[in-house]
Design a protein around this ligand. Structure first.
Ligand SMILES: O=C(O)C(=O)C[C@]1(C(=O)O)C=C[C@@H](O)C=C1
Length: 282
């Protein structure tokens, strides 16, 4: 036997070994997914998902994604690991209680579809709408669907967040992506809305719709002193509506107090949702 031939055989044997290992790992991963599905099946009864029609636990999901990013290593891109686990979690949410994702495509369908598929996979139906108001309306009329739209869309009058004021109206439950980084493959910033989640909402950041009669120069400064940030503003009948984000530990009452201090006329404050703090990957 010539030398090159024996090297070839060794390589072939090593390749067979490595492929055997890949097959073993694939079978184990598949087995673990089947085991996971049995656990989720048991979870349905414990959580009472069938009666509430909602299985989302956004705080738990944010925590799982943070831990995933922290422990990730090796040549597999984090994008892929994040995408795989988003699909696992979202599909296991879907099998507990089926839902659709309603998306505002007024600024284009492509990025919204990419984000929906990245975060919710292909089993969860994707339903496009023309505007955040239509998305909120579809979620309000559903049993337990989700809606997604961009948080940063500019509106001069009648902003989308006014439609979330009523306690029974949909609320913001998450901000996507959970793991933020400049080169995220589905990095469009999104708010996720659902019908109110009662005890399941995560309150690291609380969002407040605040109606005031007039704007004064020091309004922004007054809110900043309370640790609050204005992330949107638009005209409404009788004045102005502000979208304000504040630390959940401080709470929405601090927004009311700061605005009353700023002498902006009558102040009407309503919580319109909350989400986990943004997790920046350095
Ligand atoms: O922990 C739960 O409550 C679950 O329903 C499980 C699970 C998951 O698949 O890990 C699914 C949906 C929730 O949003 C969070 C996590």
């Amino acid at each position: 036997m010539s030398a090159p031939e024996s090297i070839e055989k060794t390589d072939a044997a090593r390749l067979a070994d490595l492929r055997q290992n890949i097959d073993r790992i694939d079978a184990e991963m598949h087995g673990l997914l089947i085991e996971r599905s049995e656990i989720v099946n048991a979870l349905i009864a414990v959580k009472g998902t069938r009666s509430s029609g909602q299985a989302f636990r956004p705080g738990r999901e944010a925590d799982m994604m943070r831990r995933l990013a922290a422990r990730h290593r090796g040549i597999l891109p984090l994008d892929t690991a994040e995408n795989i686990w988003r699909i696992i979690i979202s599909t296991f949410t879907y099998v507990q209680a089926p839902f659709s994702v309603h998306a505002d495509i007024s600024a284009g369908d492509g990025p919204m579809r990419d984000s929906a598929r990245f975060h919710f996979g292909f089993t969860v139906p994707y339903v496009p709408h023309a505007g955040a108001a239509a998305v909120i309306d579809a979620v309000a009329r559903s049993q337990g669907d989700l809606g997604i739209f961009r948080p940063d869309q500019k509106t001069a009058v009648n902003p989308w967040w006014e439609a979330l004021r009523n306690p029974d109206a949909p609320k913001i439950i998450a901000r996507l992506p959970f793991i933020e980084r400049p080169d995220h493959p589905a990095g469009t910033p999104l708010y996720v809305v659902s019908k109110p989640l009662e005890d399941a909402a995560v309150r690291e950041t609380v969002l407040v719709a605040a109606r005031v009669e007039r704007w004064r120069e020091d309004t922004q400064q007054a809110l900043a002193s309370a640790g609050a940030e204005i992330t949107g503003s638009a005209g409404v009948e009788g004045g102005l509506s502000l979208l304000v984000a504040i630390d959940g530990a401080t709470g929405s009452e601090a927004v009311r107090e700061a605005l009353e201090h700023a002498r902006v006329g009558r102040v009407e404050v309503a919580e319109i949702g909350s989400h986990a703090n943004r997790f920046q990957l350095s």
